[in-house]
Write a protein that binds this ligand. Structure first.
Ligand code: GDP
Length: 202
């Protein structure tokens, strides 16, 4: 996908529903996953702009929902990427995890413009309870879940298909295997997003 424009729009920090969020409008693609899963790297690869998403130096501690505005493809369609704070960082206390959940669920559970939630899973960890619960809840809300297995390059070639099958069983949807290191799967993520949005083939 050709990304014609990509720019940071704004951050929301207030836990109140809608506060600090941009007005509803273009379709939103949310990105969600465990801290260190490779979310910032994937956002950089999908937009072709590595510097767009500043990588946090203290993973898991960012309590921000970051909105980005994109113009893509020959038709110059507008959409938004929504970078949700990473969850499940090992050093984070239970109370903070609950806080993360409440914050993120306010967005995921109330945003009409939200069309797709890209759920990132580390190739070496696979999906755990956090991811399976989130996928089930999103499906109940009617949000399209797109699982992406990151760091596929960390697996041997013969391990990749079985890893994808496991994630499919766990989350109920065939994942895209991605490696930002060698570029594997990045176009496929765009293709699946376009299909989910009902766009003609890209
Ligand atoms: P975030 O916390 O989810 O935003 O994760 P980052 O994008 O900051 O990535 C976490 C770490 O994983 C960094 O050291 C990245 O260089 C590394 N990483 C991200 N994507 C890949 C990938 O596809 N392959 C490999 N081998 N490393 C990756």
């Amino acid at each position: 996908m050709r990304v014609v424009e990509a720019e940071f729009l704004r951050s929301a920090t207030d836990p109140a529903i809608g506060t600090g969020w941009p007005d509803e409008g273009p379709p939103e693609i949310a990105f969600c996953g465990r801290s260190n899963v490779g979310k910032s790297t994937l956002l950089g690869a999908l937009t072709g702009r590595r510097g767009l998403v500043r990588v946090s130096s203290t993973p898991g501690r960012t309590r921000l929902i970051n909105f980005f505005r994109l113009i893509v493809g020959e038709e110059k369609r507008e959409l938004r990427f929504v970078d949700l704070p990473g969850f499940g960082y090992a050093k984070v206390a239970k109370s903070e995890r609950a806080g993360w959940r409440a914050f993120v669920e306010r967005y995921l559970g109330h945003r009409r413009s939200l069309k797709v939630c890209v759920l990132l899973v580390d190739a070496r960890r696979g999906a755990e309870l956090d991811e399976t619960e989130l996928a089930r809840w999103l499906a109940e809300l009617g949000v399209h879940v797109l699982p992406v297995v990151t760091k596929a390059d960390k697996l041997a070639k013969h391990e990749r298909r079985p890893a994808a099958e496991r994630v499919k069983k766990q989350l109920g949807v065939q994942p895209v295997m991605v490696s930002a290191t060698d570029g594997t799967g990045v176009d496929e993520v765009w293709r699946r997003v376009a299909v989910a949005l009902g766009w003609p083939s890209v």
